[in-house]
Write a protein that binds this ligand. Structure first.
Ligand code: IVH
Length: 698
């Protein structure tokens, strides 16, 4: 069975027993990993259990049930979702927006049942995702539905099965309580912001349509007709309510219900227990503060009467449960009028459209501009000048236009045409095959030049204090600089005619510019603004090449061989150095004395003992972290890759190795420890001997 050497019991009864045990074990280890984030076995051991399970299922396909951990991969596509009637109405919530609204809610309830004045409350974050309703029969997950209209939802069982933290069988913990014969749990399916960005990145790379926000991405993934697509989507789950508990000893309070769900093995929302609403208000503010940094979108808190019997007695108004209320955070989405669409020219010549808005407040900040991402976005969303548009500002990100309110159109809106010429220099606009962006390719375009200077002077680059966007524009407009090297020729008297410059300011700026000559090489490389070269890549380059001369001579292959640099970036770097204009720039920088040499690359050994060798690292090494080991190998000319293949020369093995060890053994790739790695570098005779065995000339 693949990379594992698996012995199955001969005896059928024994095999069956082992099969059940494996299912239990894997469910438990999934739970440790995905719910508790605290695995107790290595990936290797986990893979081995899975391989054993699969081997048994191969021999006995008739034993496989939908709750087997092997079934999370995704069932065949459906043509539509079956409708499911919920066992009880799946209610919604009323909203309040301030403390007074919250107080009024409780006073209304007190008139219906004064007992509410005696009870306590749970306060939970309100996750901005989608309700899911999960049914368990005798502990097995049998059905999962969307909310729909609250009476009837859609059967998305196959999709939900792919969500790793969703228990397929409970109890998941060996010491967990036994579930009742029938249990229905409500929770939220959602996506983290980071996962959402990564998903969009992937979709974009494949030329597919991206999602506007994490909630849409979660909804789109949950309502996928092909569960194998959902299986690839990073959906998460948190539960917060028991809808049906058909058995004895049902929890009597919401607080107990949350702990009970946790004990059964569900991922559960984090909650506070509050004796009164003052406490609830404090918890609200705690979440409001956390919100910008929280990994997923929250749109408020839910305050719930803790006593479930009292909650039940209070009933519902229409579709809203009376005994709970959503205390919403200030809106992150508002509508306003799109007055005009303007175009910004970036440092690399990319044209980016942005919206000029009728000023509007979102979460305490007045917003006048919002990004429109790119020209395809405007066309795909059919955003027109004069439209009422939905503007969103989430966390600390720049506001963006979600889309138009089509129903508010008057007929006076104008369809927008992307520019054919650069709005700043008038050069014809270019489109690169396979990219959505439009470019101004005029390297002398003043907009690009001033952005370039701004970038060059920025803190992460040459860190020239006082040189921001405005002054960069002034310098370009006054024709004082034609490239970043010209900065170093500036004298205080050149600056005096500029608006806002007196003697002191002019002198200080010139001093700051001169002081930047000493910045390390990686800052300079980053500051040059080569497409694809961010601060991290710049550091990799400066670690490898002692100065810009050495870097200029690098070939695409050589650059792409550096761990962390791909062929596309490598090509962009070479293209940049090949451009005549940039060669002139380098000469000017050298003459101006802006020519740092990199310490690290210089201290590199002359001979590269590991040149031509490819290593993979697994497990914990005794004296180096994995990153340090990687850097050590690279410094001595070797390559480090992440997975073992026939091209791997050595697997460096530490404690608790992962599945890579098995793979290397299967492929006959030699394994070495840290000491041997060091000896390979330091002891030429030893190296020669080992390489000769490998059939490699030293
Ligand atoms: S309780 C009777 N608790 O918010 C209502 N809902 O606006 C029961 N939500 O449809 C819902 N986090 O999708 C509850 N901790 C939480 C929640 C939560 C998110 C969602 C849920 C609900 C919507 C109501």
């Amino acid at each position: 069975m693949g990379q594992f050497d698996i012995q199955l019991p001969e005896d059928e009864q024994e095999l069956r027993r082992r099969y059940e045990e494996l299912k239990r074990l894997i469910h438990y280890h999934n739970y440790r990993y995905y719910v508790l984030n605290d695995p107790v076995i290595s990936d290797y051991e986990y893979d081995r259990l899975m391989a054993e399970l699969r081997a048994i299922e191969e021999r006995h396909p008739e034993w496989v049930t939908p709750d087997s951990p092997s079934q999370r991969v995704g069932a065949p596509p459906a043509s539509e979702f079956r409708k499911v009637r919920h066992p009880a109405p799946i209610l919604s919530l009323a909203n309040v927006f301030d403390d007074a609204g919250l107080d009024a809610w409780l006073q209304r309830l007190a008139r219906i049942d004064p007992a509410v004045l005696e009870t306590d409350f749970t306060v939970e974050p309100k996750i901005d995702g989608l309700t899911v309703v999960l049914h368990y029969r005798d502990g097995t997950f049998v059905l999962g539905a969307t909310r729909g209209d609250g009476e009837v939802g859609e059967d998305v069982t196959a999709n939900l099965r792919t969500v790793r933290s969703l228990p397929l069988r409970i109890p998941v913990r060996p010491d967990g309580p036994k579930p009742p014969p029938y249990l229905v749990v409500r929770g939220e399916a959602f996506m983290t912001r980071e996962d959402f960005e990564a998903l969009n990145e992937q979709l974009r790379a494949r030329g597919e349509r991206t999602f506007a926000n994490p909630r849409n991405a979660a909804a789109g993934s949950l309502r996928q007709l092909d569960p194998s697509v959902t299986a690839q989507r990073p959906l998460r789950l948190l539960t917060y309510q028991i809808v049906v508990h058909d058995g004895p000893d049902a929890p009597r309070t919401q607080w107990d219900a949350l702990h009970y769900l946790e004990a059964l093995g569900f991922p559960v929302v984090e909650a506070d227990l509050c004796p009164d609403l003052d406490c609830a208000k404090r918890v609200y503010r705690k979440w409001l503060q956390r919100r910008p940094y929280w990994p997923y979108d929250l749109d408020g808190v839910v305050i719930k009467i803790n006593d479930l019997e009292l909650q039940r007695r209070l009933g519902a108004v229409g579709k809203d449960a009376r005994g709970m209320v959503a205390y919403k955070f200030p809106a992150q989405e508002v509508t306003t009028t799109l007055k005009d669409i303007k175009v910004n020219v970036g440092r690399t010549g990319v044209l980016t459209p942005y919206a000029e808005l009728e000023p509007v407040e979102i979460g305490g900040v007045v917003v006048r501009k919002a990004t429109l991402h790119n020209f395809d976005y405007i066309r795909d969303k059919d955003i027109r000048i004069g439209d009422r548009v939905i503007v969103r500002r989430a966390g600390d990100v720049i506001p963006y236009i979600v889309g138009p309110v089509v129903s508010a159109r008057t007929g006076k809106e104008r369809v927008y045409q992307p520019p054919t010429h650069c709005p700043v220099c008038g050069a014809p606009v270019q489109k690169v095959e396979g990219e959505v962006a439009l470019y101004c390719n005029n390297a002398a375009c003043p907009a690009q030049l001033s952005r370039n200077i701004e970038h060059f002077a920025s803190r992460e680059a040459m860190d020239i204090e006082g040189l921001g966007r405005k002054i960069a524009e002034q310098l370009v407009d006054a024709k004082l600089v034609e490239d970043v090297a010209d900065l170093y020729a500036l004298k205080p008297e050149d600056l005096l005619p500029l608006e806002g410059f007196a003697e002191k300011k002019a002198r200080k700026l010139v001093e700051a510019i001169q002081a930047s000559k000493d910045r390390p090489l990686d800052r300079l490389i980053y500051g040059l603004g080569i497409r694809g070269v961010g601060a991290v890549t710049a550091r990799l380059l400066a670690d490898r090449y002692p100065d810009l001369d050495a870097l200029r001579q690098a070939t695409v292959d050589e650059l792409a061989a550096i761990e962390g640099i791909g062929p596309v970036t490598a090509q962009m770097i070479v293209d940049w150095f090949n451009r005549e204009r940039n060669q002139r720039l380098l000469e000017k920088l050298r003459r101006a004395g802006v020519w740092p040499r990199s310490q690290k690359a210089e201290s590199q050994p002359e001979t590269q003992p590991l040149a031509g060798l490819t290593f993979v690292i697994t497990g914990t090494l005794p004296s180096m972290t994995r990153e340090e080991a990687k850097a050590y190998i690279q410094r001595h000319g070797g390559r480090v890759t992440n997975s073992v293949s026939r091209k791997t020369d050595f697997l460096v093995v530490g404690e608790n190795p992962g599945s890579k060890l098995r793979k290397a053994q299967a492929l006959g790739i030699p394994t070495i420890d840290e000491a041997t790695l060091r000896r390979l570098v330091e002891d030429p005779a030893f190296r020669e001997q080992v390489l000769a065995q490998r059939g490699k000339s030293p």
